[in-house]
Design a protein around this ligand. Structure first.
Ligand SMILES: NC(=O)c1ccc[n+]([C@@H]2O[C@H](COP(=O)([O-])OP(=O)(O)OC[C@H]3O[C@@H](n4cnc5c(N)ncnc54)[C@H](OP(=O)(O)O)[C@@H]3O)[C@@H](O)[C@H]2O)c1
Length: 238
C-alpha cells in the first residue's frame, strides 16, 4: 500500500507505541484518527503532528460510543484504509489476588474493544475497491505464558486467535490482517502495570517503522504474524 493520502485509525495513540505509529503514518502522508482517553496527551501530539492528525477522545471499551463515532466520521465514500488496534492495558498479579474489575478491564480494553471497532470498520473496508489493512498489536505474552499474568496472557492469546480467524475471513475482501507480537517496549506500560522493566527494551520508533514496512508490502503479499523481541534483554556490557 502507498501510504500517502491514505486514512488510518490508531487506537491508544496518546502515547507509547500508538503515538509512534501515528507519527510514522503522518510522516508518510496519511491522515490519522488517533484515539485515546487523555485529551492533553492527544493535544500535545496534535501540536507535534499538525493537520494530518485528528485527535479523538474516546474510551474504546464503550461499544455505543465507538459505533456512533465510526458512523459520524466515516461513510462508504470516505472510509479508513488502515486500522491499528493498539490500545492496551496490563496488570499482573496472582490469580487469587486479581480483582474481578481488573480482569474485566483488561478483557474489555485489550480484547472486547478490538471486536467493537473492528466489526464496525471492517464493514466499511469490505466495500472498498482498494486493499485495506488491520494491524492488531498483540504481545509475546500472546505466544508464551508467564506466571502471574493470566489476565494479560488470556487477552493477548485471544487477540492472536482473533487475528488468525480474521485474516482467513477477510483476505477474500482485499483486507489484510496482521498480528504483531512485540516483547518489552520502552513505554509507560511498565510504570502503569507495576512490573519490572529491563534495561534493553525495544524502542517504539523501531516498531513503528516495522508497522510501516508491513503496511507498505505489495497488495498480494500478507505478513499475517510477526514476533519481535529485543535481541539481548540485558543492557550490553560497556
Ligand atoms: N510496552 C510493552 O512492553 C509492550 C509489549 C508487548 C505489547 N505491548 C502492547 O502494545 C500496546 C501499546 O502499549 P504501550 O506500551 O504503548 O502502552 P502505553 O504507553 O501505556 O499506552 C497505551 C495507550 O492505550 C490507550 N488506552 C488505554 N486504555 C484505553 C481505552 N479504554 N480507550 C482508549 N485508549 C486507551 C492509552 O491512552 P489513555 O490512557 O489516554 O486512554 C495509551 O495511549 C498495548 O496493546 C500493549 O499491550 C506493549
Amino acid at each position: 500500500m502507498i501510504l500517502d493520502k491514505k486514512t488510518a485509525v490508531v487506537t491508544g495513540a496518546g502515547k507509547g507505541l500508538g503515538a509512534a505509529i501515528a507519527a510514522a503514518l503522518v510522516r508518510k502522508g496519511a491522515t490519522v484518527y488517533g484515539i485515546a482517553r487523555n485529551a492533553d496527551a492527544l493535544g500535545e501530539l496534535k501540536n507535534k503532528l499538525g493537520d494530518l492528525f485528528h485527535p479523538v477522545r474516546l474510551d474504546i471499551t464503550r461499544h455505543d460510543e465507538i459505533g456512533k463515532w465510526v458512523s459520524d466520521t466515516f461513510s462508504e465514500e470516505n472510509s479508513p484504509d488502515i486500522l491499528v488496534n493498539n490500545a492496551g492495558v496490563g496488570s499482573f498479579s496472582k490469580i487469587d489476588e486479581t480483582p474481578t474489575e481488573t480482569w474485566l478491564d483488561m478483557m474489555n480494553t485489550n480484547l472486547n474493544s478490538t471486536f467493537f471497532i473492528t466489526s464496525q470498520i471492517s464493514k466499511l473496508m469490505k466495500k472498498k475497491k482498494t486493499v485495506s489493512h488491520i494491524i492488531n498489536i498483540g504481545s509475546i505474552l500472546g505466544q508464551v505464558g508467564k506466571a502471574e499474568s493470566t489476565a494479560y496472557c488470556a487477552t493477548k492469546f485471544g487477540l492472536k486467535g482473533f487475528s488468525e480467524a480474521l485474516y482467513l475471513e477477510l483476505r477474500f475482501f482485499g483486507i489484510k490482517v496482521t498480528c504483531l507480537s512485540p516483547g518489552s517496549i520502552e513505554t509507560d506500560f511498565f510504570k502503569s502495570s507495576g512490573i519490572h522493566a529491563h534495561s534493553n527494551m525495544l524502542h517504539p520508533q523501531d516498531l513503528a517503522d516495522t508497522v510501516i514496512h508491513v503496511l507498505e508490502t505489495p497488495d498480494n503479499m500478507l505478513i499475517n504474524e510477526l514476533a519481535i523481541r529485543p535481541l539481548n534483554p540485558r543492557s550490553p556490557e560497556k
